[in-house]
Write a protein that binds this ligand. Sequence first.
Ligand SMILES: Nc1ncnc2c1ncn2[C@@H]1O[C@H](COP(=O)(O)OP(=O)(O)O)[C@@H](O)[C@H]1O
Ligand SMILES: [Mg+2]
Length: 145
Amino acid sequence: MIEHKGADVIKLHYDINPNDFLAAGEASSNVKKILNQLGINPIIIKKAAIAMYEAEINAVIHAEGGCADVEISAESILIKITDKGPGIPDINLAMQEGYSTAPDTIREMGFGAGMGLPNIKRYSDNFGIKTKVGDGTTITIKVNI
Ligand SMILES: Nc1ncnc2c1ncn2[C@@H]1O[C@H](COP(=O)(O)OP(=O)(O)O)[C@@H](O)[C@H]1O
Ligand SMILES: [Mg+2]
C-alpha cells in the first residue's frame, strides 16, 4: 500500500524500450497497479491507464522507445511520454480515427488500428502533443481525480 497524504506528490519514471513488444505496456500497467493501491476511483484509473498505454505503445511502434514521467497528486494524474523518434509531420491527420502509418508486420501483432491518439484525447481531461519532425514527440495527458 502506498501512502498518499495531503500535498504529497508521487513521482514515477520509466524507460520505454524500443521494439520490445513483449514488455510494451509495462509502464502503464505499473501505474495502473499503483493507482489501484491508492484507492483511486476505477473510472479515473481506466481513463489514465488507457491513455498512457496508447502513448506508451506509440513510443514503441512509431519511435525508438522513450520514457514516461508520471506525477500523481490529490488533484490529478499527470503523464508525460517523451520519445526521440521521427516526429509527426501532420498532427491533424494523425489525430483522425483509423489513420495509421503502421506497417503490416506491426498490424499482424495487433497494433496499428489508428485509434490510439483519438482515444488518448478522449480519455484525457487535458491533452497535449508537442512534436517536431526528426526530433521526437512528447504527449502530455492529464486526468483529473
Ligand atoms: N510517438 C510517435 N512518433 C511518431 N509518429 C507517431 C507517434 N504517435 C503516433 N504517431 C503517428 O500517428 C499515427 C496515428 O497514431 P495512433 O492513433 O496511435 O494509431 P496507430 O498507433 O494505431 O497507428 C501513427 O500511425 C503514426 O503515424
Ligand atoms: Mg497508436
